[in-house]
Design a protein around this ligand. Structure first.
Ligand code: TMP
Length: 205
């Protein structure tokens, strides 16, 4: 099984990923936890370029291709082999982030982004995608304890609003795979919803 977690910045998906991995392991799954962009050396190096606040001149297409390059390497090096070996893969963000951020929010052509996603993943698609849906102001408050904002966070709330709308659209377009989870509640309540959705997808947990 390949499970991805998605949502706007500060939606709490990384905490949920951690809880989910533990629960899957307790249920006997051999789990590989990853994050995007990153997860392997080359992709982590690309992540550093993407998040560097001094790279403000980066164009949208360069950004798209860097995300795809990071993804292609992660799929090639670990996701595809892990799936072939029967492991359960849990990935914090995947190609739905590219559709939501680079297409819905940044305005890149949706067909071009879909093609770029397809090139990067080479047929390796998530079985289940959990989208943690949260009001952008609430997400911003959750994040405000942080020391510095990265280049992407600086794009601000209006951008995040478009991202959130993008994820909601994806959930409407692909209801079998993409499930919305109300992330406004406390961690335990959100995790209860996570478990329910994962079980609903036929995954033992
Ligand atoms: P993170 O904060 O969840 O680690 O994600 C890093 C940032 O990268 C986050 O602001 C979302 C952004 N991102 C994209 O814009 N497109 C993508 O394809 C991915 C994977 C992440």
């Amino acid at each position: 099984m390949f499970i991805t977690l998605e949502g706007i910045d500060g939606c709490g998906k990384s905490t949920q990923a951690e809880l989910l991995v533990r629960a899957l392991e307790d249920a006997g799954h051999d789990v590989l936890r990853l994050r995007e962009p990153g997860g392997v050396k080359i992709s982590e190096q690309i992540r550093a370029v993407l998040l560097d606040p001094s790279n403000g001149e980066m164009g949208d297409v360069c950004e798209l291709l860097l995300y795809e390059a990071a993804r292609a390497q992660l799929v090639h090096e670990v996701i595809a082999p892990a799936r072939a070996a029967g492991r359960t893969v849990v990935c914090d963000r995947f190609y739905d982030s590219t559709t939501a951020y680079q297409s819905f929010a940044d305005g890149l052509d949706r067909t071009m982004v879909s093609h770029a996603n397809a090139i990067a993943v080479d047929g390796c698609h998530p079985d289940l995608t959990l989208v943690y849906d949260l009001d952008v102001e609430q997400a911003y408050r959750r994040r405000s304890g942080r020391e510095a904002e990265d280049r992407l966070e600086l794009k601000g709330l209006e951008f995040q609003r478009k991202v959130a709308e993008g994820f909601r659209t994806l959930a409407l377009e692909e209801p079998q795979r993409v499930k919305l989870i109300d992330a406004a509640q406390d961690i335990e309540a959100v995790f209860e919803q996570t478990v329910k959705v994962v079980r609903g997808a036929g995954i033992k947990i």
